[in-house]
Design a protein around this ligand. Structure first.
Ligand code: GLN
Length: 244
């Protein structure tokens, strides 16, 4: 099927609460990379009190502990629906605070434990130290095999069972600053600590997510047409391996 006949629905979960460090740039990248190929995107903003309808791709950004509390309650109301979406192959991308809520719980440094929605087998506890800085990750599923971004979190995330890391930390702290892992994946659910925002500097990961979402919608794997990503990869390469 020609790309110009393809459609994709993208839900942005609670952008008024979780949109730290320009995480909106991820939605803009996904939409632009579809638009440039003639793929029609139906963008749906999901705010507090909204019912969540079926989508091909879900995005949730990062935020401070307080905003996470408000979102955690909303997400939990939709837990069963989102589990079905995950099991039907929907793609999820959660950044930092949103990523933490994909697990079983997030225990802030102070205050009540926040129940997560267990889309992946992971949990997060806040530590005393804040991890802030540039990050380079080495993956096994992307070409080029690196991801670059910026982290700012005190949460320490630990993966269990079939939930595997997105990659190995080359520069930065990643999930917990101890086990050398960054991010997580279970089925088509992805979480990462990389702000930046992530996808503008990692177009290969953006296309990987779009292809997975199209496969979920149409039941077949598409290889997207190449775009001129010379500027994006010039930026990407300039950041690989750089702490400062
Ligand atoms: N409040 C969480 C933490 O500090 C997430 C922060 C974020 O989204 N950048 O770990």
């Amino acid at each position: 099927m020609e790309e110009s006949k393809l459609k994709l629905s993208i839900a942005h979960l609670y952008p008024k609460l979780l949109n730290l460090y320009g995480d909106m740039g991820n939605i803009i990248t996904l939409m632009k990379r579809c638009e440039w190929r003639g793929i029609t995107v139906e963008y749906r903003e999901v705010n507090v009190g909204d019912n969540i309808k079926e989508n091909d791709l879900y995005f949730i950004g990062g935020g401070q502990d307080k905003q996470q509390q408000d979102v955690a309650a909303e997400l939990y109301k939709n837990k069963d629906f989102l589990h079905n979406e995950r099991d039907n192959g929907a793609v999820f991308l959660g950044i930092c605070g949103g990523y933490q809520l994909f697990g079983h719980y997030y225990q802030p440094f102070e205050g009540e434990k926040l129940a997560g929605i267990s889309l992946m087998d992971a949990y997060t506890v806040a530590g005393k130290k804040r991890f802030i800085g540039n990050v380079t990750v080495e993956t096994e599923f992307l070409n080029p095999n690196t991801l670059v971004g910026f982290e700012n979190h005190s949460g320490l995330t630990y993966l269990q069972g079939d939930t595997k890391p997105i990659g190995k930390i080359i520069v930065g702290s990643g999930n917990n600053g101890e086990d050398g892992t960054e991010g997580a994946r279970y089925k088509n659910v992805f979480g990462t600590y990389l702000h930046g925002s992530l996808l503008p500097k990692n177009p290969h990961f953006a296309d990987y997510l779009i292809e997975l979402a199209l496969e979920k919608r149409y039941g077949e794997r598409f290889k997207l047409a190449n775009l001129d990503d010379s500027l994006e990869f010039q930026t990407h390469k300039s950041l690989v391996g750089k702490a400062y």
